[in-house]
Design a protein around this ligand. Structure first.
Ligand SMILES: Nc1ncnc2c1ncn2[C@@H]1O[C@H](COP(=O)(O)OP(=O)(O)OP(=O)(O)O)[C@@H](O)[C@H]1O
Ligand SMILES: [Zn+2]
Length: 606
């Protein structure tokens, strides 16, 4: 097959391919397809990096993997399978994260082209910066359901991955999640947070107990609860949920009574909350709806049947038992990581979300539906991945032929448009945004914050969450004074001090750099007395980046105001914002287009 393709390609291209070296980042849905295409086209030198192992759920579309490979390294198995198509290719497989010191600028420089087949912004941002630093062209790919896109990123010639603000992540106020859920997704987010509080990485921003600071409850927060049964038993005290659960040895009945009985009674005592809302109904373990009635007949798949509340409680008890045992098997201080494909984790979230939904009079959902919402899944479509991977490799060939100007972005549409097009190419390359805080010649950004309140620890978060840095170092411009060091321990003693206390004031500029990413940005401090958190302002016409509060699923996506029409992950991509021209090409006016991106659900603090 390879020989035949070699005969088809013109000589110049065949020679360029023969001398090329390609890096593929990600060996998932698109990565497997790209690797297969490269190997069959005769690309002789390929490196592939993927940090993950093969899951059963990958097998339906990641066709380089089979049942016997489950649990094995994606990169390694992808290499072995691809070699079976063409043993003459030199493939180097790395079972590793691309965000590692091992893959620095000099590593990237050895490649003619880097091809991204990733599923999260953190890694995409990182590879974007590495390719800019190494001045290597990057072909960025993505699909969302039936839609997809392929885009060339080349320093100085095109926009970079971070030139355009991303679609905002769907966010909910923390008090909605903790006190007044009104949609299934609120209960699902709460259940995922509960999982982390009990078994995962504890995060104070993921508190699941009633939020007494809810501004809506102002004044009456829990006043009458002080005399309630819950407080009498000590169950609603401000004690870590994990510590309390551990004291009860994760007794499901006690956990249930606190979470779905005492805490709900406490919420009821915040009377202001229920003046215009239907109040929740606390549950008791021994008297659960559905106990005496068998589940209704259901003809679909088991996962598509909605469980009764009684069944949910049983699943809650069973999954708690398994998760507790899993946690206990780990070394002290270690924790579980929520995974939609792990049975007990998914059972736990389904059961808890539905029990809470019942309490708040919200429709219950099937395990299947909750999995889709909790995992933020837009179904991955094998054919969309295959098409995008095919387009990506065609773009790689165009690049190797030296026709970089022809490497415009291509969009795969979910449906043919009125001109009968399924693939819509841009007419020209999209130039870099002059004030991009990543690819501008001298990147600069303003940090609006209250210097009297923002601590050094917060500043570190600003750089990591807002500027997508991995290991930031900051010095005061003109003074060279080190304010923040990525070296463990070096500036930790100042962590709790405010920026004002460490001598930073309005108008001061910091030079912030990330050695790993070869990236430096000048950050101007801007005092704002009313600012409770922080905002990064990139330039006058660019939206501001603010803090994010949830970092699940590896997506970092700083929370951004809507640049234009934006949709949540749950919404369809079928109306991608592409301005089509009469000649069949497209132009996109920043920031009209949305990248196909897996995003996460974010919870905002009240
Ligand atoms: N930092 C990283 N370094 C290397 N590989 C990464 C990194 N982040 C993500 N990946 C890989 O990128 C691939 C993306 O593929 P894909 O979108 O098909 O996701 P998946 O995890 O295989 O499937 P799904 O999320 O739909 O279950 C995954 O194999 C994932 O392991
Ligand atoms: Zn840029």
């Amino acid at each position: 097959m390879v020989a035949r393709v070699a005969g088809v390609l013109d000589e110049k291209l065949a020679e360029a391919i023969a001398n090329s070296k390609i890096l593929v980042v990600g060996a998932g849905g698109i990565g497997c397809e790209i690797l297969k295409n490269l190997v069959l086209t005769g690309f002789p030198q390929i490196a592939i990096i993927d940090l993950d192992t093969i899951d059963v759920s990958n097998l339906n579309r990641q066709f380089l993997f089979h049942k016997e490979h489950v649990g094995k390294s994606k990169a390694q198995v992808a290499k072995d399978s691809a070699l079976s198509f063409n043993p003459n290719v030199n493939i180097v497989a790395h079972h590793d994260s691309v965000i590692s010191n091992d893959y620095g600028v000099s590593y990237f420089k050895q490649f003619n082209i880097v091809m991204n087949a990733l599923d999260n912004r953190v890694a995409r941002n990182h590879v974007n910066r590495m390719c800019l630093a190494a001045n290597v062209p990057l072909i960025e790919t993505g699909t969302a359901g039936y839609a997809g896109q392929v885009e060339l990123i080349k320093k100085g010639l095109t926009q970079c991955y971070e030139c355009q603000p991303k679609a905002p992540q769907k966010s909910f106020p923390g008090c909605t999640i903790r006190n007044t859920p009104s949609e299934p997704i609120h209960c699902i987010v709460w259940a995922k947070h509960l999982f982390n509080q009990l078994f995962g990485e504890e995060d104070p921003d993921q508190d699941v107990s009633p939020d007494t600071a809810d501004p809506e409850a102002a004044g009456d927060a829990g006043a009458s609860a002080l005399t309630s049964e819950g407080t009498a038993t000590g169950n609603v005290e401000r004690k870590s949920t994990r510590a309390w659960a551990s004291d009860t040895d994760y007794d499901p009945e006690k956990l249930f009574s606190k979470l779905f009985g005492d805490d709900i009674r406490y919420l009821l005592s915040m009377e202001n909350l229920w003046k215009k809302r239907r109040p929740p109904t606390p549950l008791t373990w021994d008297n659960l709806p559905g106990k005496d009635n068998p589940p209704t007949q259901h003809t679909g798949l088991p996962d598509q049947r909605v469980w009764t509340v009684h069944e949910c409680a049983q699943v809650f008890a069973d999954s708690c038992k398994v998760l507790k045992a899993d946690l206990k098997r780990r070394p002290d201080g270690d924790h579980l990581v929520w995974d939609k494909d792990e049975k007990s984790s998914m059972d736990f979230v389904t059961a808890c979300a539905n029990i809470r939904a019942h309490i708040f009079n919200i429709p219950l959902k099937s395990r299947f539906e909750i999995k889709s919402m909790a995992g933020n899944i837009i179904p991955a479509i094998a054919t969309a991945n295959a098409i995008v991977a095919g387009l990506a490799v065609l773009r790689a060939q165009t690049l190797l032929k030296g026709n970089i100007e022809s490497c415009t972005s291509v969009y795969l549409r979910p449906k043919v448009n009125h001109r009968g097009q399924l693939f819509v190419p841009e007419r020209t390359l999209t130039p870099p945004k002059p004030k991009c805080y990543v690819c501008a010649p001298k990147p600069e950004v303003a940090l609006a914050c209250n210097l009297k309140q923002l601590t050094l620890k917060d500043l570190n978060n600003v750089f990591k969450e807002g500027l997508n840095m991995q290991a930031p170092d900051a010095t005061v411009e003109g003074k060279g004074l080190v304010v923040l060091s990525s070296e463990p321990g070096e500036t930790d003693h100042n962590n709790e001090k405010t920026l004002e206390e460490i001598g930073l004031n309005d108008g001061c500029a910091l030079l912030v750099d990330d050695f790993l990413q070869n990236y430096e940005v000048r950050v101007r401090l801007q005092q704002e007395d009313d600012e409770k958190s922080w905002r990064l302002v990139t330039d006058t016409d660019t939206p501001m980046l603010g803090p994010q509060e949830d970092k699940t699923n590896g997506s970092n996506g700083a929370k951004e105001p809507k640049p234009g029409p934006s949709r949540s992950k749950e919404e369809s991509d079928s109306d991608m914002e592409i301005v089509e021209e009469d000649d069949g090409g497209v132009t996109t006016k920043a920031p009209k287009r949305r990248r196909t991106e897996k995003s996460d659900t974010v919870v905002e603090l009240c």
